[in-house]
Design a protein around this ligand. Structure first.
Ligand code: C2E
Ligand code: MG
Ligand code: MG
Ligand code: MG
Length: 289
């Protein structure tokens, strides 16, 4: 009897794995279809420089306009893409969409750099820098310095020498790099010394609680000082209040991004928001010097 039950249990387990695998395949097929049917879009979140209060760029954030479920954030679907076959086509779609947007803005006389998120596994695939070069060449009106690539600190650093080589090839094209979610990875110091990244992006988990959690405040302070010591730009993400902004400014943080300034928005909403921001100049009140 025990044997029998064991076998049944095994079979049950087997079917569950089958079902999960089938579900995963179906979801991937649906994502593939979404890509073909142009259901993805980019939202843009402004970055503000604390030294003068101006909008200095935007981060492009992927959204899936799902016909039934509405607008989905990357947390709802990116996990299935990560490390799989779709990672590269989706990443290339994002790059193309951002370059198209930069071209539109260039034609309108709007000069705002765009940062896109690149997964480290995509970045390290053979041919990444060549594809980037091709994409830039297909957008001759776009200055390559207008494009920044945000790479996650943790995953980017596995294949160090390879990563440095790719970064250098991309930088030779004029493109800049930022290390995203900085502080959540490890070996930051050694890698920072070797990686030619222009900007450190302090992870929002530290920023969020820095006003109430002394440990988080120390980490934020530490990253800012590290950036100064290594002559890098430093930006804090997840800035939700004026008080966060004021403290970050006082600690020498260069730039901020977060709901306290603006939520990610469609490209069409940016010019009006920017005009309003510049008229209000809310963050200029932070000036301490
Ligand atoms: P990330 O690159 O660290 O982007 C910041 C995330 O924090 C975004 O979430 C943004 O909407 C959110 N955020 C911004 N300000 C605040 C704030 O003040 N408070 C809070 N609570 N959240 C804030 P989102 O758009 O859901 O993206 C999540 C992550 O998905 C991104 O984190 C990035 O790692 C990834 N991602 C987004 N777009 C792409 C993409 O095109 N390609 C790839 N590979 N990854 C992407
Ligand atoms: Mg990012
Ligand atoms: Mg981040
Ligand atoms: Mg993040």
């Amino acid at each position: 009897l025990a044997k029998q039950t064991g076998r049944n249990r095994y079979q049950l387990f087997d079917t569950e794995i089958d079902r999960a695998a089938r579900q995963h395949r179906e979801q991937l097929a649906r994502l593939q279809q979404a890509l073909q049917q142009d259901e993805f879009c980019l939202f843009y979140q402004p970055k503000v420089d604390l030294r003068h209060g101006a909008v200095v760029g935007v981060e492009a954030l992927l959204r899936w306009q799902h016909p039934e479920r509405g607008l989905l954030p990357p947390g709802e679907f990116l996990g299935q893409v990560h490390g799989g076959e779709l990672e590269r086509p989706l990443g290339e779609w994002v790059m193309e969409a951002a370059l198209n947007q930069l071209e539109t803005w260039a034609n309108q006389g709007m000069d705002l750099p765009i940062s896109i998120n690149i997964s480290a596994t995509h970045l390290l695939q053979p041919g990444f820098s060549e594809h980037l070069a091709d994409s830039l060449a297909r957008h001759p009106r776009v200055a390559p310095t207008r494009l920044e690539l945000e790479v996650l600190e943790t995953s980017a650093l596995g294949e160090m020498q390879q990563a440095v080589a790719v970064l250098e090839r991309c930088m030779a094209l004029g493109v800049q790099f930022a290390l995203d979610d900085f502080g959540t990875g490890y070996s930051s110091l050694t890698y920072l010394r070797k990686l030619p990244v222009a900007t450190l992006k302090i992870d929002q988990s530290f920023v969020r609680d820095m006003l109430v959690d002394p440990d988080d405040l120390s980490i934020v302070k530490g990253v800012i000082e590290l950036a100064h010591a290594f002559h890098r730009e430093v930006i804090a993400e997840g800035v939700e209040s004026l008080e966060h902004g004021a403290r970050l400014h006082a600690m020498g943080c260069h730039q901020v991004q977060g709901y306290g300034i603006a939520r990610p928005m469609p490209a069409e909403a940016l010019p009006a928001w920017r005009a309003q921001w510049q008229a209000g100049q809310a963050w200029l009140h932070l000036d301490t010097d």
